[in-house]
Design a protein around this ligand. Structure first.
Ligand code: ADP
Ligand code: ASP
Ligand code: MG
Length: 458
């Protein structure tokens, strides 16, 4: 049998009829190149956020649902040309909306949603998208059918409905059985991204950005040659192309480098995206339909280089300092447990070996609460608690482990005003520079120039 390619189309691309038409064109071109194709789709841009609001909001949910409905129906009209197929598809989408409406109505009447009901409602973005994409493929003469992640064989373990973990042993049994007969018959399955089923057969979600994870999971269980993640840019860039116009296209990334960049917002991928392909020869390509280049993510051995810079802002540094911390076993655990009790996520953490201070980097929205509770709880140690608004500039690539490269980057940073410190965990391919928020993009651009001129391997 010829090689399988799993092609995932993201919400950034699926925002209008042109997005769905480019999906069909790309599938046709992959088939022409001799591949068998499995498609994974996300919800249309913004729809998942709206559905989450629908479940949580007390009022205005009918309006929001109507907006989603008109979005999908108008895209169907703009991308399906056969009149019979169009009316059949409008009928199918309307029936799905009916189901969604009833589900939301039931939740509103009861006044609360079970995790399963909530997950099922949120998954409707992908459900409608899969029904639509499959119809657009059929309209262009490509045999197709659509299924949920669970029907495609993805089985989760554990109790989580929103950030489910996939059971590899179970899923590898079912995915081949569900999808291989279809691709062998030249039918293109369109799988709802972001979804799986648990042991009881109920729908669960894989976490935000989970369609990328769906694609790499299916690629693994099908023994595919490649997972292609299609979005509205032709790959990952050395900095956010919306802010840094000199940003360069990155041709190759290791799994670890790609993950760090993704977590920093350069492509908002699910944190587990590369787990399924680690230790396999499956390539992951990040690209845009009809583009002639991509960022290839694979297990690669290459000389250390620096790949990109990404900014994380709206942060605050909360620093606890004073002799009361020194050699006090459990002080760090106590401080972090206070953050945990408050539901505050710690983004970075630093302490000198003398133990005289501990700095926690947290979201700006959490820092007032954290600083005031810490002051109160730690008053007996007579320590000082202060906070400052900050941003981080994060430099990603194995090169930052090389003293020569990191020293050169830090020496540039030290000559610029607004730099407050650094965080690096030994062995990590990410070096973070803490800066004053107003200076972020100025410093980021200077560091980006240095990276591109000296340490870039294109
Ligand atoms: P999708 O909706 O297809 O899953 P994402 O939203 O995850 O796509 O990511 C694509 C977006 O990431 C692009 O629209 C792009 O503007 C943005 N982006 C931010 N930083 C970068 C970067 N360094 N390289 C590439 N894209 C970036
Ligand atoms: N639609 C889901 C989200 O917005 C999954 C995805 O797009 O990957 O998180
Ligand atoms: Mg995404």
């Amino acid at each position: 049998m010829s090689d399988i390619v799993v092609a995932k189309f993201g919400g950034s691309l699926l925002r209008n009829s042109a997005g769905y038409l480019s999906l069909a064109e790309e599938v046709r071109s992959l088939i022409r190149s001799g591949y068998r194709v499995v498609v994974v789709v996300s919800a249309m841009k913004g729809v998942t956020d709206t559905l989450i609001d629908v479940v949580d909001a007390g009022w205005g949910w009918e309006q929001r649902l109507k907006h989603i409905m008109s979005l999908y129906l108008s895209v169907a009209r703009g991308s399906i040309s056969n009149p019979g197929l169009l009316s059949q598809t409008l009928g199918e989408l309307t029936r799905l909306f009916d189901e969604l409406f009833k589900l939301v109505w039931a939740v509103k009447v009861i006044g609360e949603a079970t995790p399963h009901a909530k997950a099922s409602i949120i998954a409707f973005g992908e459900r409608l998208s899969a029904a639509l994409a499959s119809a657009v493929l059929r309209d262009k003469g490509i045999e197709s059918t659509w299924l949920s992640g669970g029907e495609a064989g993805l089985v989760s373990r554990g109790e989580d409905y929103f950030d489910a973990v996939i059971d590899y042993a179970e899923s590898s049994k079912w995915v081949g059985e569900a999808l291989k007969p279809l691709v062998e018959d030249d039918v293109v399955p369109v799988v709802m991204g972001f979804t799986a089923r648990n042991r009881e057969g109920k729908l669960v979600l894989l976490g935000r950005g989970g369609s990328d994870y769906t694609a790499t999971l299916l690629a693994r269980f099908l023994g595919a040659r490649e997972a292609r993640l299609y979005t509205d840019v032709d790959g990952v860039y050395s900095a956010d192309p919306r802010y840094v116009k000199e940003a360069r296209h990155i041709p190759r990334l290791s799994h670890e480098e790609a993950m760090e960049l993704a977590l920093l917002g350069a492509k908002k991928m699910h944190p587990r995206t590369f787990e399924p392909v680690q230790g396999t020869s499956i390539r992951v390509a990040i690209t845009k339909p009809a583009a002639n280049r991509a960022t290839i993510v694979e297990q690669a051995e290459e000389p250390p280089s620096v790949k990109g810079i990404a900014v994380m802002d709206n942060l605050a540094a909360v620093t606890i300092s004073g002799g009361g911390l020194v050699e006090r076993i459990g002080a760090a655990a106590y401080i972090t447990s206070i953050a945990a009790k408050l539901g505050v996520n710690i983004k970075a953490l630093a302490q000198p070996p003398t133990e005289t201070r501990i700095t926690l980097l947290v979201s700006r929205k959490d820092s007032d609460k954290l600083a005031s509770v810490l002051s109160e709880e730690l008053s007996k140690l007579a320590v000082n608690v202060e906070q400052r608004e900050v941003a981080t500039i994060n430099i990603v690539g194995y090169g930052v482990k090389e003293p020569e490269i990191s020293a050169s980057l830090l020496s540039i940073a030290s000559r610029l005003s607004g730099v407050m410190g650094t965080v690096w965990s030994p062995g990590s391919p990410i070096l973070s520079i803490i800066v004053e928020p107003s200076r972020t993009w100025h410093i980021a651009s200077k560091l980006h120039e240095e990276v591109v001129s000296k340490w870039w391997i294109g």
